[in-house]
Design a binder for this molecule. Sequence first.
Ligand code: G6P
Length: 472
Amino acid sequence: MRKTIIVSNRLPVKMMEQDGEYVLQASEGGLATGLGSIYREGNNIWIGWPGQEISDSKEQEKITAQLRQMNLMPVFLTEEEINNFYEGFSNETLWPVFHYMSVYARYEQVYWDAYYQVNKKFRDIVLSVAEQGDTIWVQDYQLLLLPGMIRAEMPEISIGFFQHIPFPSFELFRLIPWRAEILEGMLGADLMGFHTFDDTRYFLEAVNRLLSAKTTANVVNYNDRAIVVETFPMGIDDKKYGELGQDPQVLSNIQQLKDTFKTEKMILSIDRLDYSKGILQRLHAFELLLQMYPEYVGKVVLYMIVVPSRDSVPQYKQLREDIDRKVGHINAKFRTLSWHPVQYFYRSFPMEMLSALYNFADICLVTPMRDGMNLVSKEYVASRNNNDGVLILSEMAGASKELIDAIIVNPNNIGSIMTAIMEAVNMPLDDQQRRMKAMRQVVSKFNIHHWVKLFMDRLQEVNTMQQNMLAR
Ligand code: G6P
């Protein structure tokens, strides 16, 4: 029977060490939900890293057996691979360049060598299960070489690739010393997907200029193969967020929030710790508001959740300290006996609390400097069953191309974020509802299941097209 193999750096579950034992924790991420309907079926499989360094071979065998029961297959990474492949090339080279922060990028040969080797490690595991007729769907920037590596061994197998982060414009991408190898790796796929038309266009331009590959509209002709490059904006499981609003635990959390924040308007901010998210700029805008318009003192609260992430990468460590300092500064300067301007949490929250916050917050402030899509903005919209609430969204997030009824801001323009907050705080209910309804339609129609189906159907069409071309 033909099967589908999903490959991503992380598995949809994480191994956590608890009292000397490894326990599994399921991921709540959008991708895990969307692809859940695929990898759990029949003999389909999801290949990825379980998120922990596990070096003991007995332990590895035990974990492999446990994961295989769930249609999952682990790729174990050594400490050195975690340092050089994951933290190194993926997150200190590709991540900053692809997010237009090239000054943070390090171009180290050891990082590249590890990236190449780990992509090969993933390839070997894919090859150990792949059979002719299977479909392979590779996810994201940690595995850019994998499509090409698989193609070299299985020239006829169907391969899709989706990139969840932006693809930068040519002038940024060309900075990477191994740029040609990266493009060649990606072009091993039959169908490549990006979140926005701009990402797609930039990729096509890079291929055209760096590989001199012939591109016609959205098709690249390379090494006698036709590769289709298209835009597939990723959605979320909107129903799940709508329904969570009725969950008893969520309702009780909402009540608690109502009791705590009786008179203030809540501005919600939720991100992974990352310099691409514009967290400091957001704090700056909030500070400016309190400074320039003291009538907002005591009236608004910034509820800020920062989820720990990649904390051994130097820039992330630094950012954490900068946020701590900025929050401390704002609170020290403006707090009153009964009011704290910034409620700051550096940890992850359970789904029931996130849902309560999405339901309760008057405003959701999402101002990344650059973001492939940004699912928080869509989760807020999907949670607003009453059609009220205001979304402030950065024009640098992929989601801004779809959620055009948000208040759209340039995240570098601190003054405009401040004005957007004032506009949101004072927005009449009918205006909120008109905008929210329009955004909810988009989020509901183009949900995660739609995204998965669109990509998989298109991959099949592309394969049929290629077979017809060969038969001619
Ligand atoms: C982004 C990337 C994902 C990544 C996630 C969390 O959304 O597109 O590929 O898994 O961040 O980052 P982490 O480094 O913890 O996997």
